[in-house]
Design a protein around this ligand. Structure first.
Ligand code: FPP
Length: 248
C-alpha cells in the first residue's frame, strides 16, 4: 500500500483541489464534456473517502468558479444538476463519516434547488467534527477579497471597525469562512500551472502540486503521491533553512 510511505506526523491539515481536465478527458474519448463532469463525480467520491481514511482534516474542492457561469447554458445546467444530486445522494455517507460540509463563494447566485440541497447539507452536518468538506461554489478569489472589503467598510461606517485595527488576522475574519484553516497543499489536476482565481488570500504559503492526471482519472494513489511530494518539501515561511531546522 502506497500510503505506508506517508509520514502520519506530517500530513497536510488542509488539502485544496482544482479539479481540472474533465472536458479534455471526455474529448479524448469522443464523449461530450458533460460525460467528463459525470465521471468527475466518481473522483470526488473516491477522493473524499481517501482523504477521510488518511486523516486529512479539511478537503476543499473547487467545484464551480464565478467564471464558469460563462460556459454554455447546457454545461452550466448539467453541472448544477450534478451538484444537486451529489449533495442529495451523498448526505447519508457524509453523516456516517462525521464529515461537516461547508461552502464558500457567492452562493446567492446558485439556482434555488441547488441552494436548498446545499443549505440542507450545511445544516444537517453542522455538528460533525471528524473532517470538513468545503465546496468552493460560484467562487472567485478576487471577488472574495472584494466582498470582504465591502463587509469591512460597512463595519467601519457603523463604527464597529477602524482602519488602525485592521491587520492580516483581523481582515481574514471578513472572508467567506474564517474558521477554515489556510490550505497546506493545493493540488491541480490536468497539468496546467495556474491558480485560476482560487483562494488567493489563503494560499500565500501553500505548497502547490500540479499533476498531469485528468480529474476523472484521479484516485487515492494520486492523492497519496501529492502528499508524498508535499512531505518532501521544506516549508520555510520566508525563513532560512537553518532557522526552520533550529525551530524543530
Ligand atoms: C474543470 O474541468 C472542472 C469543472 C469546471 C467543474 C468540476 C466539477 C466536477 C468534478 C463535478 C461537480 C462537482 C461536485 C463537487 C459534485 P474542465 O471542464 O475545465 O476541463 P478542461 O480543462 O479539460 O476543459
Amino acid at each position: 500500500m502506497v500510503e505506508r510511505r506517508l509520514d502520519p506526523e506530517h500530513l497536510p491539515r488542509h488539502v485544496a483541489i482544482i479539479m481540472d481536465g474533465n472536458g479534455r478527458w471526455a474529448e479524448e474519448r469522443g464523449l461530450s464534456r458533460i460525460e467528463g463532469h459525470r465521471e468527475g463525480i466518481e473522483s470526488v467520491r473516491a477522493v473524499l473517502r481517501a482523504a477521510h481514511e488518511l486523516g486529512i482534516g479539511t478537503l476543499t474542492l473547487y467545484a464551480f468558479s464565478l467564471e464558469n457561469w460563462n460556459r454554455p447554458r447546457d454545461e452550466v445546467g448539467e453541472l448544477m444538476g450534478l451538484l444537486e444530486r451529489y449533495l442529495e445522494e451523498e448526505l447519508d455517507e457524509v453523516m456516517r463519516n462525521g464529515i461537516r460540509v461547508r461552502a464558500v463563494g457567492r452562493l446567492e447566485l446558485l439556482p434555488p434547488s441547488v441552494r436548498e440541497q446545499l443549505d440542507r447539507a450545511l445544516a444537517k452536518t453542522r455538528d460533525n467534527d471528524e473532517m470538513q468538506l468545503v465546496f468552493a461554489l460560484s467562487y472567485g478569489g478576487r471577488q472574495e477579497i472584494v466582498d470582504g472589503v465591502r463587509k469591512l467598510l460597512r463595519d467601519v461606517e457603523q463604527g464597529k471597525a477602524s482602519a488602525d485595527h485592521i491587520d492580516e488576522k483581523a481582515f481574514s475574519a471578513y472572508l467567506y469562512d474564517p474558521e477554515v484553516p489556510d490550505p497546506d497543499l493545493l493540488i491541480r489536476t490536468g497539468g496546467e500551472s495556474r491558480v485560476s482565481n482560487f483562494l488567493l488570500w489563503q494560499i500565500a504559503y501553500t505548497e502547490i502540486h500540479v499533476t498531469e492526471r485528468m480529474w476523472p482519472d484521479f484516485r487515492k494513489g494520486d492523492l497519496v503521491d501529492a502528499i508524498l511530494d508535499f512531505q518532501s518539501r521544506e516549508r520555510r515561511f520566508g525563513m532560512t533553512s537553518a532557522q526552520v531546522q533550529g525551530s524543530k
